[in-house]
Write a protein that binds this ligand. Sequence first.
Ligand SMILES: *Cc1c(COP(=O)(O)O)cnc(C)c1O
Length: 339
Amino acid sequence: MIIDFRSDTVTKPSKPMLEAMMQAKVGDDVFGEDATVNELESFAATMFGMEASLYCASGTMTNQIAIKAHTQPGDEIICDVLSHIYQYEGGGIAFNSGCSVKLISGNRGRITALQVEESINNFQDVHKPISKLVSLENTANRGGGSCYDFKEIKNIQQVCTNNQLSFHLDGARLFNAIIAKNETAEQYGKTFDTISICLSKGLGAPVGSILLGNKTIIQKARRIRKVFGGGMRQAGIIAAAGLYALQNNIDRLAQDHHHAQLIYQTLQQKDFIGEILPVETNIIIFEVKGKYTAQQMVELLKEKNILAIAISSSHIRFVIHLDITESMVQKTIDVLQKL
Ligand SMILES: *Cc1c(COP(=O)(O)O)cnc(C)c1O
């Protein structure tokens, strides 16, 4: 038995999910004829109370398409320094959209309305790039799965409205935040111009992300997706897994959060564990000190068939997901207690 905490992307499709894929009605999605993709896109849009959505190959693609759709080359994007769009998308902001970035040092990946306001360039000053887009991440991956206070999101929305900035959400793990904070998809749909959600993280689908927005921006996004090489044909085969995930795997995220708490409590008791970021959802980021380096601890765990990633020389990340069972959590706790 391998217990894989490296990422919530390692999940494999369950039997009923595979069954849904086998039954999927398909067609050529570039012609708009794939019934399952169409159903997934309208299901997601309805869920968020938004006009339209677009099924894409990855969360990097949905984010990058959104950035391209909102900007012109030379514009500037405002985001936290730890943002996935900046740190983990291969420099795509520059490569795909020719934009620069104003980085904010937030609190565990979360920025404030005041910080956004202070980061906006004076439009009259020809020296400065034009501030065009604010992008938030919820939950914030490098913040240890931290969740925004929705009131602050509303404050940032107001700053965007006042300054004619577009407002994008990288919601790769948005459902983790919605479950943890008892929120709804609709409240996010009312707030952002575009939202990216991942089906292949905590929701357990093998592939896929969705970009949500109004009809105009999604039409533009569909064109950009084609240019980026992301037009897929009988994509209903994989979209069926995404639809299954949205219909069945959201409420169960609470279980992952509970498992994260149990492991967190064990880590707190160990003297070679230093700072642990507050565990709000399914991610645990902790410091290793004293008798082990982070890499040594990763190797010791690996000997016990427990996989994790050292995200720096001193920190390890555990991500809980739907293929982590209660007995795996128990075994992990036993192993940690003996280290
Ligand atoms: C995983 C992730 C993405 C998208 O990643 P892909 O692997 O391209 O699907 C985007 N944002 C965040 C915060 C993520 O964790």
